[in-house]
Design a binder for this molecule. Structure first.
Ligand code: CS2
Length: 496
């Protein structure tokens, strides 16, 4: 049997593998992180590891995984240790991260999760739970009572299963025990994510306990933050590579690109790790950074995911080698850039250039199908927001309409050759029901999908220019197929 990564085996690692530059056992935890997926492990856990090495402090992380028990079973026998493998071209640099202390599987041990939130030493609760997990309706400024987790937690707030329910119950315990609240740090790809979560949590609390709602609004800090690092879902190949680099087993290894960025509003009511030692940027206003990243990186990603997947590609890097699609990637980034307020010191052309290089990284197998997931939750901030801005500024709408037409074609659940795919969207049932029987009618599809997804505001969907563009592209894709549509789009883009 091969050995397994753990505190006891750290000293046996090959010299080329970097290990924590601090003794993990000497540091207590100060952070509870909800959603211990690959992205957290490749991003915030790494910044915290560097900060602990640089400035010490009791800032290790206790993870909570809400649904999966697997992550706890992978990480706890390894004392929370896992390997970050940074990949670029032929390079693969391995670094063992020691900032994670343990993982609590909330489904198995709900009381442990609550006690972690209510522990006196917990000063920050950070989250990466994906866009759909919050159940907040930004347009209405309330929670979405139709969201199953919200409905369940409102009905039984002492036994929370969802994100808002858990935060509420944890904060209520702290207040009852006379403890100061923790800072809530949302690290999901949502615009003004701190403000959004504050709004959602205060509304959630108001429905149960108005005094708690006031306390949360007044006493809890919700800094907004922009996070960035391309992190494909780990596969068997990740584990095999870890085994090869470490000479031992690591069931929780992650692969990521070398690039990493974290921009944070410096509003922590009970302190924070020295994340700046790891390169985090602290600022008063994250919004312009977030808009840049969401529109230029994530928006382009979504466009690539739908059209690239439909064209038969598997990875983001394959799209960058597709002669029709790669100029459309550039076009999308340029159109997204044109909707932004420039940031001092950041050239948007250079940012786009860097994104194109990152997307093309041959060592990163980032599945288009992974990015295509949850379109109804992702499109509003990635595509709709810049489209509205473009409409207002009388700038070209076409690239955004093209992205949405790709998503609509994808919603049919099959490629041109008939290969079926699941949508993997929280509104999958409504979307699939909406397209049934009208698969050949682009205008009807447009209207039905706008309705079923709830992703598009009327001032966009009812705009004749927007309708015309989306329906026209969709019609072409249905009549002539995806490959011909991409060729025509690339040609039109080239002749401007
Ligand atoms: C991607 C993001 O899956 C997706 O939707 O667009 O996860 C993206 O890779 C990260 O935001 C990069 O920081």
């Amino acid at each position: 049997m091969t050995r397994r990564l753990s505190h006891g085996t750290l000293s046996e690692l090959p010299a080329a593998v970097a290990r924590p530059a601090f003794d993990p056992a000497r540091h207590g935890a100060g952070i509870v992180h909800v959603g211990v997926g690959a992205f957290h492990r490749a991003h915030q856990a790494v910044y915290t590891d560097t900060a602990l090495a640089a400035q010490g402090g009791d800032w290790r992380i206790d993870g909570i995984s809400l649904r999966s028990t697997r992550i706890a079973d992978e990480l706890n026998p390894q004392d929370g240790l896992f390997t970050l493998i940074e990949r670029e071209g032929a390079e693969a640099a391995a670094r063992v991260i020691g900032s994670l202390r343990r993982v609590i599987a909330a489904a198995r041990a709900p009381q442990d999760a609550l006690e972690a939130l209510a522990a006196p030493e917990t000063r920050i609760v950070s989250l990466t739970v994906t866009e759909k997990a919050y159940g907040i309706d930004r347009a209405r400024g309330t929670v979405d009572e139709r969201n199953p987790a919200i409905a369940a937690d409102l009905a039984a707030p002492h036994r929370p299963a969802g994100v808002l329910g858990l935060l509420f119950a944890g904060l209520r315990l702290r207040r009852e025990r006379g403890l100061a609240p923790f800072t809530v740090l949302c690290c999901d790809n949502l615009p003004e994510n701190g403000a959004l979560l504050r709004m959602g949590l205060v509304d959630f609390a108001a429905r149960i306990d108005p005094a708690m709602a006031r306390w949360i609004d007044e006493a809890v800090a919700f800094p907004s933050t922009m996070v960035d690092r391309i992190t494909p879902a780990p596969t068997e190949a990740t584990r095999a590579l870890a085994e090869q680099l470490l000479g031992m087993t690591d069931l929780a290894a992650v692969e990521a690109e070398p690039f990493s960025q974290w921009v944070i509003e410096d509003e922590f009511s009970a302190g924070r790790p020295a994340w700046e030692a790891a390169g985090a940027i602290f600022t008063d206003d994250v919004a312009p950074y977030e808009a840049m990243k969401l529109r230029m990186l994530n928006g382009t990603h979504s466009m690539m995911a739908y059209w690239g997947f439909l064209a038969g590609h598997r990875y983001v890097r394959d799209v960058m080698r597709d002669r029709a699609l790669s100029p459309l990637v550039r076009r999308h980034m340029a159109a997204a850039a044109a909707t932004l307020t420039p940031l001092p010191g950041i050239g948007l052309d250079a940012y786009a250039e860097a994104l194109a290089r990152r997307f093309a990284n041959p060592a990163i197998g980032h599945e288009l199908y992974q990015i295509a997931m949850d379109g109804s939750e992702k499109l509003p901030q990635r595509i709709v927001a810049p489209a509205l801005e473009a409409l207002e500024r009388r700038q070209p709408l076409r690239p955004f309409a093209f992205a949405v037409a790709g998503w609509m074609r994808y919603c049919l659940g099959r490629r041109d050759d008939g290969t079926p795919h699941g949508l993997r969207d929280p509104r999958e049932a409504q979307i699939s029901a909406a397209v049934r029987g009208i698969e050949g009618d682009p205008k009807a599809l447009f209207l039905a999908l706008c309705e079923a997804s709830r992703a598009f505001p009327r001032r966009l969907t009812e705009h004749p220019l927007w309708q015309g563009e989306v329906v026209g592209i969709l019609a072409r894709a249905l009549e002539r197929g995806v490959a011909a549509t991409l060729r025509a789009e690339a040609e039109a883009a080239a002749t401007g």
